[in-house]
Design a protein around this ligand. Structure first.
Ligand code: 5GP
Length: 191
């Protein structure tokens, strides 16, 4: 890593990590967000270039072949990947770059950037997680079940992360997240 701070955030779908991350970004304007590429269909309200770059499976695999992605995975039937160029540029400029990705991708990034700081956001309980995944109401029962199974598997990986935040209250989680960033920023000699 050149000079910025690379932050990797994971947590099962439905855990509320999107909310924690977007509130943290509102409160710390030094954080830049890496927009991933995906072959999944946009959910209502999602915008291309903002939530994701939405592309076809063919286009996605083309990007993979051209080595434009730093890491990528197939998750519940769709492709997701991190565009390489943006991360490299932002780190070179000394920014705090935030990736919100699942556990396999996070492990891959940790191998490429051992200095990155990884944070896992966990639900208070598995029952609460099911409630949250179901409540979103945008997915079919089969997809919900698939995501639930995947979420439970993801919880097994949380000990590999530098920090774990138990998301009982969004406000408290955002506070903890911003404190982690401050602490790591001070520890990063380049910032
Ligand atoms: P969703 O479909 O709910 O937006 O995302 C599904 C999962 O894919 C989430 O855990 C999310 O963090 C993860 N994800 C999003 N973008 C990427 C990416 O670029 N790479 C990897 N490995 N995972 C991603």
């Amino acid at each position: 890593m050149k000079s910025g701070l690379l932050l990797v955030v994971s947590g099962p779908a439905g855990v509320g990590k999107g909310t924690v991350v977007s509130l943290a970004r509102e409160r710390n304007s030094d954080i830049v967000f890496s927009v991933s590429m995906t072959s999944r269909e946009p959910r209502p309200g999602e915008k291309d270039g903002e939530n994701y770059f939405f592309v076809s499976r063919e286009k996605f695999l083309e990007m993979v072949n051209e080595n434009m992605l730093l890491e990528w995975v197939e998750y519940c039937g769709n492709f997701y990947g991190t565009p390489r160029l943006y991360i490299e540029e932002q780190l070179e400029q000394g920014n705090i770059v935030l990736l919100e990705i699942e556990v396999e991708g996070a492990r891959n990034i940790k191998q490429q950037y051992p200095e990155c700081v990884s944070v896992f956001i966990t639900p208070p309980t598995v029952t609460e997680l099911r409630k949250r995944i179901t409540k979103r109401g945008t997915e079919s029962p089969e997809i919900i079940e698939k995501r639930m199974q995947r979420a439970i598997k993801e919880l097994e990986h949380m000990d590999n992360y530098d920090y774990i935040i138990k998301n009982e209250s969004v406000e408290e989680s955002v506070k903890q997240f911003l404190e982690i960033i401050e602490k790591e920023r001070k520890a990063n000699r380049n910032m």
